[in-house]
Design a protein around this ligand. Structure first.
Ligand code: HEC
Length: 555
């Protein structure tokens, strides 16, 4: 059924709510000069969710006849939330923000000028009436047929009016944090975070910003003398300014602290950041403020994907699920015991859930009381379980390291029990849940970063902080020029999602990637043996991706 084809009367009866007589009449009487009066908030719902003002799902058909409804038909599915479209596949999906649609000066727009689409030249500005024709009949503002991927819509006048009103506001103004000369960016530090890691992050951010701004001075000179057709791109350059927001005290007070920082100086995005425990209040602030927050160093990020907060990994819970898969695959026989503290209770719970999903018996759990450090007696009392899983940091492992021989079937989290800080007997003995790329593979990929560190006079450090900070900041550095001077946070996020697969700077994780809607880039973990060295780890089996290995992802 073509929604706007009056000849398909037999099918119309089958779907009376889609093509009612009122809508047909509206299609037929629409005058060329018609301008819609609409409600942009209702238009946003159609655009993003595919829900009409009535609450009914939006209905559409592809040229090939395939029907789409609701979220699948929503404009954002193809033109993206920002409205700037995308360059996936062979047909470019064109920008449809008001600024592009309702203007004809495409030659002056570098984004369109470079990329007019296959066999499509310039077109005049859209009017509400020609927009209605594009959506219902698939003809562009010049009357030429639109490409096959653009669906035909069954939309009444009122909904069209809402949609047009929304498109006029969509990405119409730069998002906060951008001035004529400066792009303001923040990083967030939990005051309780390890000072060495904090410094490792900050020195990379500061050096990158210095580098970038040295380049911007040249760009400013080019902008002054730019040929007319490049002027917009050169004028898009901004000096980057870093704001370090330190969060003190109880996490319940962080939301207010972040808001005060943001009121004093709005920023366009948050880059990296370093946590010590929960990150939830920062996550909530990012989502509430529609602020892109890229790849902080956190062990326990929120698990449910938001829209604006991007993470390298789901952290300990993902690693617990990977361990359950490993235990199931290695045919563990007998009891699994896990020891944890408050801060790692979520990991213990995730292991319990994932073991159940893998069809294994429930593990026994031992929660350590705050302040209590386990002694030799504690460890001996655990006996010899088939697997002893410790969600603990090195300070809790001293007495265990002194046991001779150490217990068999011992599993530690590399994220918590940093290999470099691990007592030697344990480093030689234990298996580690290791979410990063193996050091022997990572080292060659980090050569470029290490050369850059050398030029900046920064000493290389152990651990993932340097690589992951550099990753976060170079992702932003690559995405910003794509915005030209459309400083849209949604477009920024979309550009990063799109570019992650072929990122030039590696993170410490093997294969980060973000399909639309995904907000955690790395999907798995290794289980490794250290054998007493941390330059070469022996993987016990393949990289484990719990989402594909466990029924229901183990959640
Ligand atoms: C399934 C993917 C898809 C969906 C969903 C979709 N579009 Fe499109 N749209 C496209 C493609 C692809 C093009 C480019 C066609 C071409 O260049 O010939 C396009 C082009 C357009 C154009 C023409 C732009 C121009 O410069 O001439 C408009 C207007 C448009 N879409 C509006 C919308 C609106 C509004 C919605 C939601 C009601 C929507 N589209 C949903 C894929 C989609």
């Amino acid at each position: 059924m073509r929604p706007c084809d009056p000849s398909s009367s037999d099918r119309r009866r089958a779907a009376p709510s889609v093509i009612g007589p009122a809508l047909l009449a509206a299609v037929l009487v629409l005058a060329p000069g018609w301008t819609a009066a609409g409600d942009a908030a209702l238009g946003e719902r159609i655009y993003r969710e595919g829900r009409l003002a009535s609450g009914e799902p939006l209905q559409a058909r592809l040229r090939q006849g395939l029907a789409l409804a609701g979220p699948k038909a929503a404009c954002a599915t193809c033109h993206r939330r920002s409205g700037f479209g995308s360059s996936e596949g062979t047909t470019p999906i064109r920008p449809i923000t008001g600024r592009y649609l309702f203007r004809d000066a495409q030659a002056a727009e570098p984004r369109l000028g470079r990329d007019p689409g296959p066999s499509r030249g310039l077109r005049p500005a859209y009017t509400d009436a020609s927009l209605a024709r594009a959506l219902r009949e698939g003809l562009d503002a010049a009357g030429r047929p639109l490409g096959g991927m653009m669906p035909r819509y069954a939309l009444g006048d009122a909904d069209l009016g809402h949609l047009a009103a929304y498109l006029r506001t969509l990405s119409a103004a730069p998002d906060p944090g951008v001035t004529a000369t400066t792009l303001h960016l923040a990083t967030v530090v939990d005051a309780a975070a390890d000072p060495g890691r904090r410094q490792a992050m900050l020195e990379i951010l500061e050096a990158y910003f210095r580098d970038r701004n040295a380049g911007t001075r040249l760009e400013a000179e080019r902008a002054r003398r730019a040929p007319w057709d490049m002027a917009r791109e050169y004028k898009a350059y901004r000096k980057w300014q870093l704001h370090v927001w330190t969060l003190e005290g109880a996490p319940e007070t962080w939301g207010a602290q972040l808001e005060a920082h943001y009121r004093a100086q709005p920023v366009f995005a948050m880059l990296s950041g370093i946590g010590a425990g929960t990150w939830q209040p920062v996550h909530d602030f990012c989502e509430r403020t529609a602020l892109p927050c890229l790849f902080p160093h956190v062990d326990r990020p929120p698990q449910a994907p938001g829209q604006y907060a991007l993470y390298l990994s789901r952290g300990l819970e993902l690693e617990a699920e990977a361990l359950a898969v490993h235990l199931a695959r290695s045919g563990v026989q007998g009891p699994v015991v896990q020891v944890y503290r408050d801060e790692t209770a979520e990991a213990a719970l995730a292991l319990r859930r994932a073991l159940a999903a893998a069809g294994l018996p429930a593990p026994q759990g031992r929660a350590l009381a705050p302040g209590a450090v386990p002694d030799a007696g504690f460890w001996r009392a655990l006996g010899q379980p088939a697997a002893l899983v410790l969600w603990l940091r090195p300070a809790d492992l001293a007495a265990l390291a002194a046991l001779d021989p150490p217990p068999g079937g011992l599993y530690l989290s590399a994220r918590l029990a940093d290999l470099a800080a691990l007592p030697a007997p344990l480093a030689a003995h234990a298996a580690l849940v290791y979410p990063w790329e193996l050091p022997q593979r990572l080292a060659p990929r980090l050569r470029r970063l290490h050369a850059w560190l050398g030029l900046k006079g920064i000493a290389p450090r152990d651990g993932p902080v340097q690589a992951d900070t550099f990753f976060a900041v170079t992702q932003a550095g690559m995405a910003i020029p794509h915005l030209v001077d459309d400083y849209s946070r949604d477009y920024f996020i979309e550009t990063i999602e799109h570019g992650l697969d072929n990122a030039l700077a590696p993170s410490s994780y093997p294969r980060p990637g973000l399909a639309p809607g995904q907000r955690h880039a790395s999907k798995g973990s290794y289980i490794v043996k250290a054998n007493g060295t941390h330059n070469h780890l022996e993987p016990l089996g393949d990289w484990i991706v719990p989402d594909t290995a466990l029924p229901g992802g183990g959640k």
